[in-house]
Design a protein around this ligand. Structure first.
Ligand SMILES: O=C(O)CCC(=O)C(=O)O
Ligand SMILES: [Fe+2]
Length: 279
């Protein structure tokens, strides 16, 4: 059941778990919902008119396109339920589900490009028209642990990620640092040094560095990934010429039982606090 490799690496992949037909239905619904492209962005004048940037991202049952979908093909998939029962126990809870859009370069207005050059943007939602902020938009994302999203909660949760389309090298696929979960929660930005295409160095204290294997998660429609809240991952920027965009589905799923399960064995027991780290 791939439990061993999940425990060891902090990530597991299920090939073609969701049927192509189900992925197609979700995609058709997505494409009917809006015209995906440049038009989603605010122009510079309208962007500057905004005073506050509150609630710019989808929440659980708030401003969330995923709520308009029947996602039983994922949430009631027997293999997924069975696996979650094993790693989180029978009482688990979906605390967030949302669509993620990886934005290609040709959608980006110039003013956003310029801001991104000055300091890389993490999340593009504040540049998006309000009515379209029901999904999260990125263009490349620095290495992070998803535990950063659940401050003051337990780190005993996983991310379940579904590719709805074929994801190629130039579509900003996810990159995972295997075995990084063993270090427990660590504050972003992380101490990471580049090494080769397939490995890099990671440190908790900027002194002692550990070599970690980097795996690129290219994949097909219907592939499902599960990683721990402390597994380091990110995405590279889409290649310059790529006009393809990627919409994927991301769940955060939390352990709710007091009983010890696999997740307790493989993650340090931590409540997620963020201590400011200066680089
Ligand atoms: O899908 C992506 O581009 C990255 C998503 C991710 O890591 C996140 O939302 O935490
Ligand atoms: Fe993430």
């Amino acid at each position: 059941m791939k439990l061993n490799s999940f425990s060891k690496k902090g990530i597991v992949k299920f090939d073609n778990l969701i049927s192509l037909n189900d992925c197609k239905k979700i995609n058709q619904h997505l494409f009917k919902d809006r015209k995906w492209g440049k038009n989603l962005f605010l122009n510079e004048t309208d962007f500057k008119k905004q005073k506050k940037f509150k609630k710019i991202n989808p929440g659980m049952n708030i401003q969330n396109l995923a709520n308009k979908f029947n996602l039983d093909c994922i949430e009631k998939n027997p293999t997924i339920i069975n696996y979650l029962n094993k790693i989180l126990g029978k009482k688990y809870k979906i605390v967030l589900s949302k669509f993620i859009v990886s934005v290609p370069k040709n959608w980006m207005p110039k003013y956003v490009m310029d801001l991104d050059k000055k300091s890389p943007l993490k999340n593009l939602n504040k540049f998006i028209k309000k009515k379209y902020r029901d999904v999260t938009y990125f263009q490349g994302l620095d290495f992070h642990m998803d535990s950063i999203d659940r401050k003051l909660h337990s780190n005993k949760f996983i991310t379940l990620y579904v590719y709805l389309d074929k994801v190629e090298e130039n579509m900003s696929p996810l990159e995972i640092l295997e075995k990084s979960h063993r270090f427990g929660h660590d504050t972003w930005p992380h101490y990471i040094k580049k090494n080769t295409k397939n490995s890099l160095y990671f440190s908790l204290d900027n002194k002692k560095f550990y070599k970690l294997k980097k795996t690129t998660l290219s994949g097909n429609a219907g592939d499902v990934f599960i990683w721990t809240s402390n597994t380091l991952h990110g995405t590279s920027k889409p290649k310059n010429k790529s006009r393809k965009f990627r919409i994927s589905l991301r769940y955060l799923i939390e352990k709710r039982t007091k009983k010890k399960t696999i997740i307790d064995k493989i993650l340090k027991d931590e409540k997620i606090k963020e201590i400011l780290k200066s680089h």
